[in-house]
Design a protein around this ligand. Structure first.
Ligand SMILES: [Zn+2]
Length: 139
């Protein structure tokens, strides 16, 4: 499926309506707002964002926790030892109210007294830079 998507071989509504010449609307059947292209389906559809993209995002964030049995690894939300505390999908308290305060992984480095935030995004190839700026802006 990934190779077919990369080769533009998926018969999306946009392909059917514009390239194949079928009398079918090119608009996405899920959100009815944009053309149903492979990029739209893979990472841009608002109707898929809340559920399907969230599942994919959370799976990627889980993969950041290394395990030999990655396929059935269920990382804890909080892991802590003397050197560090790792929070997964955990809200951060701030002095001022910020809209987005739940990075994928928060690493509290007790030795260096630093707290790097790790957040995951899975944008289409054409939106990588835009998504990087969006994440930087949020946090
Ligand atoms: Zn859509």
């Amino acid at each position: 499926m990934i190779t077919a998507a990369q080769d533009q071989a998926l018969r999306t509504r946009f392909v059917q309506g514009t390239i194949d010449g079928n009398s079918i609307s090119p608009i996405c059947r899920k959100c009815n707002t944009k053309n149903e292209t492979k990029n739209h389906i893979a990472s841009e559809c608002p109707a898929l964002a809340e559920n399907q993209y969230k599942k994919r995002h959370d799976s990627e964030a889980k993969a950041l926790h290394w395990s030999n049995k990655w396929y059935d690894h269920q990382p804890k939300r909080v892991i802590e030892n003397e050197q560090a505390k790792i929070l997964r999908d955990y809200g951060i308290r701030t002095d001022s109210v910020i809209r987005v305060n739940r990075p994928g992984v928060t690493l509290i480095d007790k030795i260096k007294t630093k707290v790097p935030l790790i957040d995951v995004a899975i944008p289409g190839d054409t939106r990588v830079e835009e998504k990087e700026w969006e994440k930087m802006d949020k946090y």
